[in-house]
Design a protein around this ligand. Structure first.
Ligand SMILES: [Zn+2]
Length: 330
């Protein structure tokens, strides 16, 4: 039954994707969008791109490096500049290689007094090595992590900039997770505990219990070319209604080629730990069971040259629209 239920929309979207399969798909998206009246402010993809570049310009944001410390300061300053209430959650954590790191989760809130809230998160750390690079001699080298890290944070910064200019009807919390991507490639623990150290740390802390948001949206690799966001099993199981809401909005406002109605298997990402903390949370991530992750995932080519503003726009506008459509009871 479940498979049949998902099959129809999947086929429809595949058929649509086939029709729109020209390289100019963003033009089609634009044409559709003009008929749609957005309640959210216009998400500026150029601005988001610049926020990604600013992070990459620090160098790889690897825990316990100067680039990491400098970028943490930059992100907090930016969010403060945009009028958010910013705080830092710190702690000492040990990575699988036995090293200790000072963890920095960055929290930013708008409209703190509002009870009805939405949470949007992304990891800001960079994986210390490009262990998926096709060239085996490069696999212990750091990489820019423009998509895997900087893109989700860039979308959040642009959303914060927009929220400062026009408040939505709900409060908004952002969390930038540290140490998501320092996991062991062959982690065979059931919950892959060497990954997502920042969100694990937060989920076990008192911060996760205070004034819980209605739901959460995690962004990961939302800036790659030809991105397809599928609906992973964890998101569907814990937060099926949120998946439907966000995907339907994405399709309605012109981003059907990104928000595809295709399911995927269980993904370990920061949304897992938000869900464990009792907040239904989805993952918007460039992944499919067929093609795997973003093509340059954990390789030297995850750089600014391979970021696509159209993808940043699709993810950013869809999440922004989702937030601005919320009409909580007063
Ligand atoms: Zn990663």
């Amino acid at each position: 039954m479940k498979k049949i239920k998902w099959l129809l929309p999947a086929l429809t979207s595949l058929a649509l994707a086939a029709c729109n399969n020209e390289p100019k798909k963003s033009q089609d998206d634009t044409a559709v969008k003009q008929e749609v009246k957005l309640v959210s402010p216009e998400f500026d993809a150029d601005s988001a791109y610049a926020f990604a570049k600013a992070q990459v310009d620090f160098g790889p944001r690897i825990p316990s490096t100067k680039a990491h410390a400098d970028c943490a300061a930059y992100l907090q300053n930016k969010l403060r500049q945009f009028g958010a209430d910013v705080s830092l959650q710190t702690g000492t954590v040990k990575t699988y290689d036995g090293k200790s790191h000072q963890l920095k989760n960055i929290l930013a809130s708008f409209n703190k007094e509002r009870k009805a809230r939405v949470l949007v998160t992304a990891h800001w750390d960079a994986r210390p090595f490009s262990d998926q690079d096709p060239d085996s001699t490069l696999r212990n080298k750091p990489f820019d992590a423009a998509n895997d890290g900087a893109s989700g944070v860039a979308v959040i910064l642009e959303m914060a900039r927009q929220i400062q200019q026009k408040q939505p009807n709900v409060g908004v919390d952002f969390i930038l997770w540290d140490l998501e991507d320092y996991g062991e490639a062959n982690d065979s623990t059931p919950e892959e505990l060497t990954w997502c150290l920042g969100s694990q740390f937060w989920a076990k802390s008192a911060l996760a219990k205070a004034n819980k948001p209605l739901y959460g949206i995690n962004l990961d690799m939302v800036g790659g070319g030809n991105a397809q966001f599928t609906q992973d099993e964890v998101s569907r199981q814990y937060a099926g209604d949120v998946v439907k809401k966000v995907w339907d909005i994405g399709n309605e406002i012109g981003y059907a080629s990104y928000f595809v109605y295709i399911t995927s298997g269980r993904l370990i990402d920061d949304h897992v730990w938000v869900n464990k903390a009792g907040i239904p949370c989805i993952d918007i991530i460039h992944y499919s069971d067929n093609a795997g992750f973003y093509i340059n995932w954990h390789t030297q080519l995850d750089n600014m040259a391979n970021l696509d503003k159209n993808t940043l726009k699709a993810a950013g506008q869809t999440v922004l629209e989702t937030i601005y459509r919320e009409q909580p009871a007063p």
